[in-house]
Design a binder for this molecule. Structure first.
Ligand SMILES: Cc1cc2nc3c(=O)[nH]c(=O)nc-3n(C[C@H](O)[C@H](O)[C@H](O)COP(=O)(O)OP(=O)(O)OC[C@H]3O[C@@H](n4cnc5c(N)ncnc54)[C@H](O)[C@@H]3O)c2cc1C
Length: 438
C-alpha cells in the first residue's frame, strides 16, 4: 500500500497564503521527558495538546512534517455538526444513552471549533453562515426532510429550502430541495491548524516538526519514543496520525482504510458571476454517495471537491471531472479556469464511526473520521486529553473500543475500487434524472 507520508505535495498554496505564520517550533535534541507526548500535529493532536497544556500538563507534540501538513491542511473546510451517518444510525450503534450523548456533542462540534477560533483569535476565514445539503434524488430528499424535522423538533436552526428559495441560495436551478443548517460554517483549515499550533505553543507546550516517530516501547513504567537518534520519554502518549498512520503500533494502520480526497480551486471569478453563486457564502454538498462540495473563497475563487483516484501515488489533478460537474451546476460561469488541484488522505472505518482506543496502559489513539474531521477531530483531541489526564471514558464523548485490525486490509483498495465504481454508476444515473427534471 502507498504510504501517505511519502506524498511530495503539501497543503495548497491558496490555504497557505491565507494562514498566519507558524509558531516557533523545535527540533528534538538530546534525551527529553514530557508528561504527555502527542504524535501528529493535525486537528486531533493539536486539540489534545491544547487541552492538556491549558490544564497545566507538560506536553510535547512530535510531527513528521509540518503543522497541518496532513489532511487537516487540505480539507474542504466545512465545519459540520454531523458524523458520516445520522442520528438514527448513531443511536442504533451506541445505544440510547451513549448514542444521544454523541449526537448532541457532535451537533455542538462547530461551537467548539468556532469558540477556539474566537478565543485564540485565529484568522482562518471563519464564517458561520451555515451549510447547504442539496437533494440529488427523491430518497436523498426524504433523508434531508427527516433530518431537518429531527433537528427542528430540538430547536436547531435547520430548515428546508424548496423551489425558488433553493435555487436562489445555491445560485443554480439544478436542485429542487435542500436543507440549510445554520449551525455549521466554513474555514481555511490549514490556517485553523496553524492557529491551533500557535495557541498550543502560547499555552506552554513544545511542538517539534520534522520529527518522525519511528517506534514506541514501554520501559521502566514509561514510554520510550524513538525518533531516530534523539529520544524522548513520556508518562502517556497520544497517537494522532489518522489516515497517515504507519507501523507505530501493531494493527492500528490496518484498523482504518486510508482513501484520497481531492480539492480544486479556480482563478478568481469575474465580479458579475461571483455574487450569483452561493450568495450567502454557505458551502454546498449534496446527498450523492461520492463527495461533491462547492464553495466560494473570500477572494472570489471557486473551490470544489470531486471524486478522483482513491488509492496509490499522487495523481495529476483530474480537471475534466470537476469541470463537467461545475458546468452542470453553474452553466452561467462559462469556461472556468482551474488553478490548482491537490489531494489528501481521509481515514475510513467499516461502520463509518470514529475510534477511540487505549492501546496499552497510558497509550491512546483517536482516528477514523470518515472525511468529517474538522469538528470531530477537535472533539476527539479533547477526549484524548481527558484520558491522558487519567479519567476514564465515562468522561469522554466517544467510548473506548478495542483495536480491530481488518484481516482483509491488504486487499481493501481492490474491494473499495469496485464499490466506488458502483457508487459512481448510481450517482451518474441519479444525476441524469436530476438534470432531466431541472
Ligand atoms: C481532501 C479532503 C477534504 C476534507 N474535507 C473535510 C471537510 O470539509 N470537513 C471535515 O470536517 N473534514 C474534512 N476532511 C477530513 C479532515 O480533514 C480530517 O478528518 C482531519 O483533518 C483529521 O485530522 P487529524 O489530526 O486526525 O489527522 P491529520 O491532519 O492527517 O494529521 C496527522 C498528522 O500525523 C503526522 N504523522 C503521521 N505519522 C507520523 C509519525 N510517525 N511521526 C510523527 N508524525 C506523524 C502527519 O504528518 C500528519 O500531519 C477532509 C479531508 C480531506 C483529505
Amino acid at each position: 500500500m502507498h504510504d501517505p507520508l511519502s506524498d511530495a505535495i503539501g497543503p495548497p498554496d491558496v490555504y497557505v497564503r491565507g494562514a498566519p505564520s507558524p509558531p516557533p517550533t523545535q527540533r528534538l535534541e538530546g534525551p527529553r521527558h514530557a508528561e504527555v507526548v502527542v504524535i501528529g500535529a493535525g486537528f486531533t493532536g493539536l486539540s489534545a495538546a491544547l487541552h492538556l497544556a491549558e490544564a497545566g500538563v507538560d506536553v510535547a507534540v512530535l510531527e513528521a512534517k509540518e503543522i497541518g501538513w496532513g489532511a487537516s491542511g487540505r480539507a474542504f473546510g466545512q465545519v459540520v455538526p454531523y458524523l458520516k451517518l445520522g442520528h438514527e444510525a448513531i443511536l442504533r450503534h451506541y445505544g440510547p444513552a451513549r448514542g444521544q450523548r454523541i449526537v448532541d456533542a457532535v451537533a455542538d462540534g462547530p461551537d467548539l471549533v468556532f469558540e477556539l477560533i474566537g478565543r485564540h483569535g485565529i484568522e482562518c476565514w471563519a464564517m458561520r453562515s451555515g451549510l447547504i445539503f442539496a437533494a440529488h434524488s427523491p430518497s436523498g430528499r426524504r433523508d434531508l426532510e427527516s433530518r431537518t424535522r429531527y433537528w427542528q423538533q430540538r430547536g436547531a436552526p435547520v430548515e428546508m429550502l424548496e423551489g425558488a428559495r433553493c435555487a436562489e441560495a445555491i445560485g443554480s436551478r439544478l436542485y429542487r430541495a435542500a436543507s440549510l443548517d445554520r449551525r455549521g460554517g466554513n474555514i481555511n483549515p490549514f490556517a485553523y491548524a496553524r492557529g491551533l499550533g500557535r495557541a498550543v505553543v502560547a499555552a506552554g507546550a513544545r511542538i517539534c516538526t520534522q520529527t518522525h516517530v519511528q517506534g514506541l516501547a514501554r520501559r521502566d513504567g514509561r514510554w520510550a519514543i524513538d525518533v531516530g537518534g534523539a529520544g524522548v520519554t513520556a508518562d502517556n502518549v497520544v497517537i494522532a496520525t489518522n489516515a497517515y498512520t504507519g507501523d507505530l503500533w501493531s494493527g492500528l494502520r490496518a484498523s482504518i482504510i486510508p482513501m484520497r480526497g481531492h480539492g480544486f480551486v479556480s482563478e478568481p471569478l469575474s465580479d458579475n458571476v461571483q455574487h450569483t453563486i452561493l450568495p450567502e457564502r454557505q458551502s454546498l454538498t449534496d446527498t450523492r454517495q461520492l463527495y461533491s462540495g462547492v464553495r466560494m473563497l473570500p477572494d472570489g475563487r471557486l473551490h470544489a471537491s470531486a471524486h478522483g483516484a482513491s488509492f496509490g501515488a499522487e495523481p495529476k489533478p483530474d480537471w475534466r471531472r470537476v469541470d463537467a460537474r461545475i458546468r452542470r451546476l453553474y452553466p452561467q460561469l462559462g469556461r472556468v479556469r482551474w488553478q490548482q488541484g491537490w489531494s489528501g488522505w481521509v481515514a475510513m472505518t467499516t461502520d463509518h464511526f470514529p475510534r477511540l482506543h487505549e492501546l496499552a496502559p497510558g497509550l491512546f489513539a483517536g482516528l477514523g473520521y470518515n472525511g468529517r474531521g474538522i469538528a470531530a477531530a477537535t472533539m476527539m483531541g479533547r477526549d484524548l486529553a481527558t484520558l491522558a489526564r487519567g479519567a476514564c471514558d465515562d468522561a469522554t464523548v466517544f467510548p473506548l473500543s478495542p483495536l480491530r485490525p481488518l484481516h482483509w486490509h491488504r486487499i481493501a483498495p481492490m474491494l473499495i475500487r469496485g464499490l466506488v465504481q458502483a457508487y459512481r454508476v448510481s450517482d451518474t444515473v441519479d444525476d441524469l434524472r436530476l438534470r432531466a427534471t431541472a
